[in-house]
Unconditional design. Sequence first.
Length: 281
Amino acid sequence: MLRPLLLTAPAAALFVLFLLVPLGGTAVLSLHGFGMYSGIDSSYSAANYRDLLGDDYFYGVFARTLRIGLLTTVITMLIGAPEAYILSRMRPPWRGIFLLVALGPLLISVVSRTLGWAVLFGSTGLINQMLLGAGLVDQPIAFMYTETGVVIALSHVLVPFMVISVSASLQRLDPQLARASASLGAGAFTTLRRVILPHILPGILSGSIIVFALASSAFATPEIIGGRRLKVVATLTYDEFLNTLNWPLGAAAAVILFLTIAAVIVVCNRLVERRYDRMRG
């Protein structure tokens, strides 16, 4: 009984030191008051949370953050799941080559990838020049400083995580199941819908958890593509800490974002567990 505790003690200590302690400190900081001239005071109240949840401006920031996270999750799901399935059907060495291409964005920093999208999104960027040259639009489309541009850039950044999650589920799928379905007269679409999709659904849900958490808490991409006018919770927290120096309000925003993402993760994780339980018996 003592040995498992001793083996897990180092990991538990690191978990407490580098995760729980900072989170606890942020939660305590969010309960402090703040004065423009007096700074952070020693009083405790829920005033910061009332300001965030009762103000239409902050409500819009939180709604935009969740909307961007959900849209990014849906797009990466629609792109990443079929991509992982196609990769699983390839034969070596093409499978390894195209898997490297799919996961290649992870080898480049998020800032570099986002700056690349900023160049493409400009009014004189490649995307608008191609659309204008093809006669599809009469004037450049505004991608920069819009939610559309942020969602597109985040989807490119986060698709590899969905591919990895779905690929892990596909590796546990017995290829004989698809062949047995075909031998019984099922078409390709029926096999995909009734045999393959139920088995990879846990991988899709797991990937959705990762993508939603990363998209909702992203800072670099919304800051570069969205700019100063398109606020999300991460950029709002940054501004409160470093520009207005209202640390308690920034801490309260961070806590609300953390609790929201944690609630979504718990619900999705419960769905994944139920799916695995059904598959096992």
